[in-house]
Each structure stands twice: as C-alpha cells, then as structure tokens.
Design a protein around this ligand. Structure first.
Ligand SMILES: Nc1ncnc2c1ncn2[C@@H]1O[C@H](COP(=O)(O)OP(=O)(O)OP(=O)(O)O)[C@@H](O)[C@H]1O
Length: 654
C-alpha cells in the first residue's frame, strides 16, 4: 500500500481513550497475581501447622477465600479488558471509515477496494486482540512468572537455578519462533487482503463475468489466491504449533529435574517438606502462565502485523490536507476583481501568477473558470493549458472525442483531483482554498455511470439534500422526468432499490441522478452524458427542463446527443486535453473542422439509417452573452445545422 506514514501515535491514541478500562483490568489482574502467589505460602504454613498439631481452620478458610478471589478477579479483569478491546475496534473502524470517505481520490483509487475492506473489518479485529487481550496476558502472566521466580528464589536458589537452566533454552527458542511468526502473519494478512480485493472485483462486475462465461476462470483465479492465503496461513500455523511444545519440553525437563534433586535433598534433610511442597507448587503455578506468555507474544506479533496495516490505512492522504501552502486563508476572495464593475479589465496578480477572475457580464464572477489548467493522472498528462469560462446562467456543452478529457474537467471542478498547474475558479474563488463541502454544495454532479445505491428511491433522491421538503422533491422529480416512473411504482418514492440501484432501468437511474442534483439547488450543474440512456421523448423532455433550469444556474453538459449541443448557449470543444474552440453550434460548424466532422459524421450516419427524416433542424441558439476565454470561433454564416441526433465521442470522427 502506497500511503503516507500514519499519524504518529494513532494506536496510542486509541488505547489512551480506553485507559480507565485497561488500567482497571490490569490492576484487578495484579490483585489476582498477588492472590495466586500467596497461595503456596499458605499451603506451606498449613503443612507446617498440621505437622506441629496447631489449629488449621483459619488457614484453610484463608486459602478458600484466596481461591475464590482469584477466580473473581481474573473474570472481572477479562471482562474489562474485553470491553476495552471492543471499544478500540469500534473507534478504529469509525476513524478508518472517516479516513477512507475523506481520502484523496488519487491515492484511494490506487488501493484495491477489497483490501481496504479487509483492513477495516478483519485487521481491526486482530488489532483488538493484540492491543488488549494478548498485551494484558503478557503483563499479568509475566507478573506471575516474575513473582513466582522471586518466591522460588527465596525458598531455594539452587533449585531455582536448575529450573531456569532447563527453561532458558526453551524460552530462547520460543522468542525466536515468535519473531518469525510476526513476519509470517504479515504475509498472511496481505494474502488475505489480496483474496478480498479480487472477490470484490468479481462481485462488482458479476453480470460481465456471467455474460463472458468467465465463472470458471474467475473461480480458478480466486482458488489460486485462496491457496496462496492458505500457504502463508499454514506457515503461521506451523510456527504457532511449535511455540507451546518447545516450551513444554523445557517445562517437563525442569519439573523432572526439580522433583529428582528436590526429593533427594528432602531425603538428606537439607530441604524441608513444606518448602519443597511450596517450591513445587510455584513451579506448577508457573507452567500455565509461562506458556500463556509465549502464546500471547505469538498472538501479539500477529496482531502487530494487523496494527501495521491499520496504521497504513489511517495514513491515507486526505483531500483537505493542505498542499498549496500559499498562506492565504481558505475561501479568500481574490485581492482584486471582486467588486469591480462588469467589463473592468482583469486585475493582475491573483494567486501564484494566475490572472484575476474575469467578471461575468451579468455581474459577479463566472460560475466556473479554468485558468491555464494542466493535469495528468500520475505521469500521464491529460489536460494542458485549458482555459475557459462558464457563465452563471445558460447551457454550456463540452464536446470532444472519447478520451479528450471531458470527464476529467468535471472531476477537477469537483476537486476530486487537484490540477498540477493553473487554477479552477468557482464564483471567483480558487477552489484550492475552498473546503470540499463548500465546492460540492455549489456544484451538482450527475456522473456518467448514474450512481444509485441500495435504499429507497426517496433516500437516493435526497442523498445530497437530506432535509429537502416534499414539495422540492416533487419538483425535482418532475423536472428530471421521473414523475411517471414514480407514479407507476406500487410503493412510489418508497420503492426499494438493490445494490447500484438495481430495480431501475439505466435511463431511469440517469433521471434519478438528475433529480438528486437538482434537489441540491446548486449554482452549477454538471451533466456527464446524462441523457445517453434516454429515448428521444424522455431526452426531449429533460432538455426542456434543463432549458428552464439554465435560466437560474449554470448547466454544463458533456453532450452525447447533438440535439443538446445545438441548443447550448456555448460549446467548448476539447481535443486531446486542450480547448480547441469555443462558440455556438453555427459558429463552430462554420469555423471548426473537428466540430464539423463530429456533427456531420453522426448526421450522415443517422440519415443513412433513415432516422433523421423526421428530425427538423433546430435553429441555432444566439451566441452567449458571456465572454469566452480560450479559442473562439467566428460568427455563424447562416448555414443549416445538422438535424438533432447523437454526437459521436469515438476517435474515428477526428
Ligand atoms: N482515474 C484515471 N486514472 C488514469 N487515467 C485516467 C483516469 N480517468 C481517465 N483517465 C484517462 O484520462 C484520459 C481522459 O479521460 P476522460 O474520462 O476525461 O475522457 P472523456 O473525454 O470524458 O472520455 P469519454 O467521452 O470516453 O467519457 C483518458 O485517456 C483516460 O484513459
């Protein structure tokens, strides 16, 4: 994963929030340790008292109380630590979900969705075990081991040295195994993420997989990845399986040695029976904590691999990270240009050498302005020296062959990506200085792939304006040409849609997205081939609506159909990432070869198909009053425009 380093102390922050539960758990656990360590001493005194025929009832009662206290303390400690663990998982998931939702798209797109999912769901759960249960086990059982060792030293140092000698070799081997375990666990987490990512890819394109009869191929591919995860999982299992036996061998050896040497010393009278019993009890008490310490170290190492992956995801660069650093406050108005009268010469010196915004003819600034914008995805340049303005009202069409950069222009207006050069200006403000919420509150965006989500039709429509009034919803539905669709559904707006809006046709989904954008009441509406799936009646109705809407705000359409383009107040022709021409349909027909070819090629196609017969050529719209930055075409020569049909976006038209 190519993410920036995680914010320092993320894990510390998550655990600090749970410090009361964690501290409470550890303190109770320590009380339990004391109660455990005292027990052999009481037993030793019990044996001594019984040997001397003294009363033992008090000692027996004390021993019973210690046993019960031990059990109560250890279960309460387990509960507190477990609760802290669940809280840490919740906090980590909420934090990561926020990071992913606000991540910079360029960086997020480089991640595999399934891997992001695995990190958010699976790795956070493993992280909980590492940060709470296994750490608590290491601390508490470690205390039992240390405390027990001290008590054993007080009873008989030579027997202790014998024990440590047998256990030392086994412990060193266990530490070595635990180290290997961490590396193996990291590989296994990566492999699991890989499998998740591929599964997600297949599920997202299931109809394509079925249509291509690729189920078998995909199954084999998934099986290969599952096998890869199994192999690395097996390495983890082997190391895990070796950990306890290695330690057990050491423990068994030390038990045998202690019993042999201890009994011999009891026989010679150099060690008392009571002390030998207490020593042996400590050794037995040490067995399980010692094994648990090493198992917990193993689990902790596996959890650390998950912590590393969670940390990386938390380090995803965020879209509101400051990257420009020019010292101006977010949302600063330009030093000049605001308040200048329409027609004033642009004032120089705005931002980093970028000319000041040009006031729009209707007062105020243009709705959108591109100033010498250059942009590429990674090292691949897509836009170069792009400059144009979009007036505050009217319909602007963006045309060009496929891959010219039209959608990229929209994505830069939304600031999904930042330009490498130049500025995108929204209502006189460089969007580099606006928050994502400010930008997207002013811009409605209907994407090419008509995004709809699982939920009701109403939830989908009000998604960008959750508090919209019913009357506004009804108006947006009407304007988007969705009213008949809603009326025909038994549950109307409360009809439930499946994933990606399953339950609606492609054209209906497009109208839903238009309604969603309209309801937002934006200053600028971006339509990316929003009528591509509509039949000609629905498209004509939506065009009428857009004409009405364009009286109130700026409508920018990446136009698929020439009928939309013909009606546009201005047309921006993009060619290989550059603005080639700006003008009306008539002006461009007259003066721009590429535009003429784009328009007439489709007209000819439709004429051949006989579909153009009934389509009367619409009179070209009057040239826009707004001034156009960038190349401009000359006035129309009064020649007839091609009949409304579809404008090709294929490179063949060039
Ligand atoms: N996320 C991305 N990562 C890398 N390259 C991309 C990405 N999106 C688009 N491109 C590339 O950028 C170029 C412009 O793409 P864009 O989608 O803006 O073109 P377009 O004019 O809208 O095309 P179309 O009419 O086919 O939708 C294309 O060459 C495309 O391959």
């Amino acid at each position: 994963m190519t993410a920036a380093p995680a914010p320092r102390g993320l894990i510390r922050e998550l655990t600090r929030a749970q410090r009361r539960l964690l501290l409470g758990g550890v303190l109770l656990g320590m009380a339990g340790v004391v109660s455990t360590l005292v027990q052999p001493q009481i037993v030793s005194r019990l044996i001594a008292a019984a040997g001397q025929h003294r009363p033992v009832a008090g000692l027996i009662t004390l021993l019973a109380v210690l046993f019960l206290a031990d059990a109560a303390l250890s279960s309460t400690q387990g509960y507190l630590i477990g609760r802290a663990g669940e809280n840490i998982v919740r906090d980590a998931r909420v934090l990561l979900a926020g990071k992913v939702l606000r991540a910079d798209l360029a960086h997020l797109n480089a991640q595999r969705q399934g891997d992001v999912h695995t990190r958010l769901v699976g790795d956070t759960a493993l992280m909980k075990i590492a940060l709470t249960q296994s750490l608590a086990q290491i601390i508490l059982n470690g205390l039992v081991v240390v405390g027990g060792t001290v008590m054993m030293a007080l009873i008989d140092v030579w027997l202790l040295l014998l024990t440590v000698g047998c256990l030392g070799v086994a412990s060193a081997a266990s530490v070595w195994l635990a180290r290997g375990l961490r590396k193996a666990a990291l590989v296994n987490r990566e492999d699991t993420g890989e499998f998740g990512a591929d599964l997600q890819r297949v599920l997202a394109a299931l109809p394509t997989v079925k249509a291509a009869s690729a189920e078998g191929r995909e199954e084999s591919r998934l099986a290969r990845l599952a096998d890869q995860a199994r192999r690395s999982g097996n390495r983890v299992t082997v190391l895990n399986a070796l950990l306890s036996p290695v330690l057990n061998v050491g423990l068994q050896a030390s038990l045998a040695a202690v019993m042999g040497v201890g009994m011999a010393r009891v026989a010679t009278g150099s060690l008392g029976v009571a002390d030998f019993t207490a020593f042996t009890m400590y050794l037995f008490y040490l067995v399980s904590p010692l094994v648990l310490v090493f198992i917990s170290i193993g689990v902790y190492q596996q959890g650390r691999a998950a912590v590393q992956r969670v940390d990386e995801l938390a380090g995803l660069p965020q879209e509101d990270d400051p990257v420009f650093g020019d010292g101006s406050a977010p949302g600063d108005a330009p030093a000049s240009g605001d308040g200048s009268a329409p027609g004033d010469a642009p004032a120089p010196g705005y931002g980093s050498g970028i000319p000041a915004p040009r006031p729009a003819p209707d007062g105020g600034h243009p709705a959108v302005e591109f100033r010498d914008v250059g942009f590429g995805y990674g090292d691949r340049p897509v836009l170069e020296g792009v400059s144009f303005t979009i007036p505050r009202r009217g319909l602007t069409a963006l045309v060009g062959v496929s891959g010219a950069g039209k959608t990229t222009v929209f994505q830069l207006i939304e600031r999904f990506y930042r330009p490498g050069h130049g500025a995108v200006v929204l209502d006189g403000k460089d969007i580099a200085h606006l928050s994502p919420a400010e930008i997207r509150g002013r811009v409605g965006y209907v994407q090419q792939d008509s995004a709809a989500m699982r939920g009701t039709l109403r939830e989908n429509i009000v998604y960008a304006a959750p508090d919209a009034a019913d009357a506004d919803i009804a108006e947006a539905v009407e304007l988007a040409g969705l009213a008949d669709v809603v009326a025909a559904l038994p549950d109307g707006l409360d009809t439930r849609l499946g994933d990606q809006g399953i339950g609606l046709s492609g054209g209906q989904r497009q109208r839903l997205c238009v309604a969603r954008a309209l309801l937002q009441k934006p200053a600028v509406i971006l339509l990316d081939e929003a009528t591509a799936h509509l039949d000609s009646d629905a498209e004509a109705a939506l065009r009428d609506s857009l004409r009405r809407i364009a009286r109130r705000c700026a409508v920018v359409a990446i136009a698929h159909r020439i009928s939309t383009v013909v009606e546009a107040d201005r047309i921006v022709v993009l060619d290989a990432g550059r603005v080639r021409a700006v003008g009306t349909h008539q002006q461009l027909l007259q003066n721009d070869g590429l535009y003429r070819r784009l328009a007439t090629a489709q007209f000819a196609d439709n004429a051949l198909a006989g579909s153009a017969a009934g389509s009367a050529a619409r009179p070209a719209a009057a040239p826009s009053a707004g001034s156009a930055a960038g190349p401009s075409a000359g006035p129309p020569a009064g020649e007839p425009s091609p009949a409304p049909s579809a404008l090709p976006t294929a490179g063949a038209a060039r």
